[in-house]
Design a protein around this ligand. Structure first.
Ligand code: CA
Ligand code: CA
Length: 250
């Protein structure tokens, strides 16, 4: 081969490979969400702005009747807490509902996957990017740092398997708040006992579960990831699941 052509051809091949790799990495995760309305019950949160519980979710979807971390994306409205409930339709933030398509969901997904500070910091940063009335300026130092980090790195962020995706809990009631929940994206069914979603059941799962032991939604240290049997309390039954699957890998 003409040596003058070899270098450009190799360069083009490398570029093609890089483009293919970029496309593989940028695959948009598909999530299977119910088409019918579901019920949410909202509790004041500590580790997140809200502790949320989904109910009336039909079987066979990527969400189920269990607890999730939740956040506010609608400062226009309040939302009443448990025992009140609300009817919502669920949308992937990658395919948001009518009227919310021009919001900065990539930024929100970046924030949820690069958490810093306390729940209040994360919530303020989310409000900076999702604003349904007028502009919001964070007041907390760490919230401002999250905003700056997200402005620098978040514009093209799309969550991948192993990360969390914001699911919009959309209400048609203009007097009620639009919220989001965090959904862990996984290739297949969750490995039983894998509290921290890292594909292995080990001491880290036991530690996370122990930290949240004997808690319910709305209580300090509650962690929905540790409620393995989705009965809204973290207790011996969840611990037994970790023990029974200890050492397993996905
Ligand atoms: Ca684990
Ligand atoms: Ca439980």
């Amino acid at each position: 081969m003409n040596s003058k052509l070899t270098a450009p051809i190799i360069s083009i091949c490398i570029m093609l490979v890089l483009i293919l790799i970029a496309q593989v990495n940028a695959v948009t995760p598909n999530v299977n969400l119910p088409f019918t309305a579901v019920t949410i019950e909202v509790f004041s949160g500590y580790g997140s702005f809200f502790d949320m519980v989904l109910r009336n979710v039909p079987a066979g979807y990527d969400v189920s009747n269990r607890a999730y971390r939740g956040w506010c994306v609608d400062r226009r409205n309040n939302i009443s807490f448990s025992p009140n409930t609300h009817q919502v339709n669920l949308y992937s933030s990658l395919y948001p509902p009518p009227g919310l398509g021009d919001q900065e969901w990539n930024m929100v997904n970046y924030i949820l996957n690069h958490k810093q500070g306390a729940a209040a910091d994360i919530q303020q940063a989310i409000w900076y990017f999702i604003n349904l009335n007028d502009g919001y300026t964070p007041t907390r130092t760490t919230a401002k740092a999250i905003v700056n980090d997200t402005l620098a790195n978040g514009a093209n962020f799309v969550p991948q398997v192993g990360q969390v995706l914001a699911i919009v809990c959309y209400t048609m009631d203009t007097n009620s708040q639009i919220t989001i929940i965090e959904l862990h994206l996984s290739e297949g069914p969750r490995l039983p006992g894998d509290v921290n979603y890292d594909g292995t059941v080990d001491i880290y799962d036991a530690i996370v579960l122990a930290t949240a032991f004997q808690t319910r939604p709305g209580k300090p240290n509650w962690n929905p990831d540790a409620d393995l049997n989705a009965d809204l309390i973290i207790d011996i039954y969840d611990a037994i699941t970790v023990a029974a699957n200890y050492g397993k890998q996905a």
